[in-house]
Design a protein around this ligand. Structure first.
Ligand SMILES: Nc1ncnc2c1ncn2[C@@H]1O[C@H](COP(=O)(O)OP(=O)(O)OP(=O)(O)O)[C@@H](O)[C@H]1O
Length: 543
């Protein structure tokens, strides 16, 4: 099925920009007509030199220029409205994707979506509609003027321009399509190879060897050069021929051949107007590469916007916190890529206690934790907090009830203070420092967080936990980068925090000592022995 002209998922962002876009298109068409009026006045001036025609020529030319500038302003204004709205729509959509969907987009793919792909729509929005309007209105008026002033025979002068325009607009893009797709592909390969190579430098220097990324880069650039040569051979030569046909010589020659006996005004009209048809086609032709790139970007953006999102929850719905509120899962099954990663697990997490989730690598511990935080949509079963499905809690208020600290959670490129303020924006430095001490780190709040070691970053992340108002705190491998003594101290602090403040703390861990010291344990089976009944029987600490 052919793709629609405008991807339906982009329509909501485009709608508010439509009035400005339509006004820009009308102004472009009016500018084309005014310019033709100026040309008509010049033709009249040739037959009958007079100040009146000179005045009309200047006036209409100025009007045409003003309308063209207005059209450009309106179209760019429309484009900026559309772009800003699309960026907001995309950002709002991406943060609501389930964790497993989001993980399918690498950092580079996300960067391309939110930056390059939106920028690639510029030509299609700010230029193409106005150019199309000009391309329809100007030739129509031109043909009418030629027929009215010199008769149908004058249309012969349009032949080279029309043949070249059709060739330029329809034949060359088809010839170039394969090469455009290929060069986009190769450019992607080059970007990936450069990225792999740059990231691999840290590994390669250790082993003194290059990875395949350098070879991939060399191969991609060679493919790019071969592709360019092929493109020049196949496309550039016919394109140059088409442009040559659109130049004045052929058109003037035919116009002069058919009209050399006509009076000066008719001959001038035929010569000058027959060229007017070519200029907009030439301008449109130059933008076709941008159109192909914009179209591909629109398809990628629409695909991202069509990904199903997590429910937004019900506005202002947040469970009133009480010490007896429980986090529970009932028959919870989570599917990722058609696999039951969490398979029919039932458990009630005790408030004012630490529960350790254990199990072999790949057993689904992190996935379960994300489902508890409302970042995965269960295939079956529910996650409930205080008797309410976590997915019905308003998405903006959810972190105030249930806070997830993911595995390897990194810091923002900002000070330590700004990093921990994410969890508690209006807190004093004294409280921030106390939280850092509870997380077993003694560091200035003004330190640049990116300069910290892995273990220090992990503890800055944990300081947020001690400041969070959330009653449920979910920690994925919180001690993976810490030495045994620090890990034990941290667990002591977390246990005290859970007991004294009634927090439900759930920790995913591979550390047997940490798991033994937790108050309760939920053990997930090996992925090779999926058995919901066994798991349910293994529940501990339900009461
Ligand atoms: N986004 C994803 N796409 C595809 N498969 C995934 C995705 N996320 C998790 N999985 C798969 O689901 C299974 C469970 O992953 P999960 O990270 O939950 O396991 P885990 O028990 O936390 O493992 P580990 O102890 O190694 O961290 C794994 O086999 C993993 O490959």
């Amino acid at each position: 099925m052919p793709r629609p002209l405008v991807e339906p998922s982009l329509v909501p962002a485009l709608r508010p920009a439509l009035p400005a876009l339509a006004a820009g298109v009308l102004a472009a068409a009016a500018s084309g007509v005014a310019m033709l009026g100026a040309l008509w006045s010049v033709v009249q001036l040739i037959g009958e030199p007079s100040m009146t025609w000179a005045g009309w020529a200047c006036g209409l030319w100025l009007t045409g220029v003003t309308l063209a500038a207005t059209s450009s302003w309106l179209s760019h204004h429309a484009e900026s409205l559309f772009e800003a709205r699309l960026r907001r729509q995309l950002a709002a959509h991406l943060v609501r994707l389930p964790a497993s969907t989001l993980s399918r987009y690498s950092g580079d793919a996300l960067r391309r979506l939110v930056s390059d792909d939106i920028s690639a729509l510029h030509h299609m929005t700010a230029h193409l509609p106005a150019e199309f309007a000009t391309l329809i209105v100007v030739p129509a008026v031109t043909i009418a003027v030629l027929v009215a002033s010199a008769g149908p025979v004058a249309l012969l002068a349009l032949a080279p321009g029309i043949v070249a325009a059709l060739f330029y607009l329809f034949v060359i893009p088809r010839m170039a399509a394969r090469h455009s797709a290929e060069s986009a592909d190769v450019m992607g390969d080059i970007a990936t190879a450069v990225d792999d190579y740059a990231r691999g430098i840290h590994v390669c220097r250790i082993y003194g060897a290059q990875t395949g990324a350098a070879a991939d880069y060399a191969e991609s650039t060679a493919r790019f050069t071969r592709g360019m040569q092929e493109r020049v051979r196949l496309v550039a030569t016919p394109a140059a021929l088409a442009v040559a046909l659109m130049q004045a010589t052929a058109t003037f020659a035919i116009a002069y051949t058919v009209g050399y006996r006509w009076d000066a005004t008719t001959l001038a009209a035929t010569i000058l107007f027959s060229l007017a048809i070519v200029t907009p086609a030439l301008r449109l032709g130059h933008g076709l590469d941008y159109v192909a790139a914009g179209r591909a970007a629109a398809v990628r953006l629409a695909a991202a916007l069509d990904e199903p999102t997590l429910p937004a929850g019900e506005a202002l719905t947040v469970p009133a916190s009480s010490p007896s509120d429980r986090l529970e899962i009932v028959d919870l099954t989570v599917m990722i890529a058609d696999r039951r990663v969490v398979d029919g697990v039932t458990h009630a997490f005790r408030p004012a206690a630490i529960t350790a989730i254990t199990g072999p690598s790949g057993a689904g511990k992190s996935t379960l934790l994300k489902a508890l935080a409302g970042f995965e949509i269960p295939e079956l079963g529910t996650v409930r907090y205080a008797g309410q499905s976590v997915l019905t809690i308003d998405e903006n208020l959810r972190p105030q009830s249930i806070l997830l600290t993911p595995q390897g959670a990194d810091v923002l490129p900002a000070t330590v203070r700004e990093n921990i303020a994410l969890a508690a924006p209006d807190t004093t430095d004294a409280e921030y420092n106390a939280a850092l001490r509870r997380a077993q780190i003694d560091i200035s709040l003004d330190t640049d967080a990116t300069s910290l070691s892995g273990g220090e970053r992990q503890r800055v992340g944990l300081a947020r936990v001690f400041l969070s108002p959330a009653a449920v705190l979910l920690l994925d491998e919180p001690t993976s980068a810490l030495d045994d003594r620090t890990a034990a101290e941290l667990l002591k602090e977390l246990r005290h925090f859970a007991h004294a403040e009634g927090k439900t703390i759930v920790i995913v861990t591979h550390d047997p000592a940490l798991a033994d010291d937790a108050d309760d344990r939920l053990d997930l089976d090996s992925p090779n022995s999926h058995n919901a009944a066994t798991r349910n029987a293994a529940l501990t600490g339900a009461e």
